[in-house]
Design a protein. Sequence first.
Length: 115
Amino acid sequence: MIRRSYIWAAFLAVCAVAASGLPVIRGEFIKAAKLKPTSKIAQAQCSLCHVPNTTKLNPFGRDVRAIGKAKKTKKFTPEVLKALGALDSDKDKFNNAAEIKADTLPGDPKSKPKK
């Protein structure tokens, strides 16, 4: 019985940590990029920066983290967005700015602007 309560407590702690920070960053990104809530990127939720159904960061998420560290901020500001725009996080030959403008996912090489 004690083991189950420890597992349950650990599960709740992980959920609380995961839920506490990510929606804030996603909201800041949507605001900085001036996206509509109905856009594909806004609808991507956590998979904008994470491998779906995991806490592992995708290439775009890793670049967001690296630029945040370099700029010494935990907020997603227009300055962070500008620095990210020049990169091609998913190496699909479209920089992140082009992907965001085309409403495709900059961390997913299968999601890219139409030529």
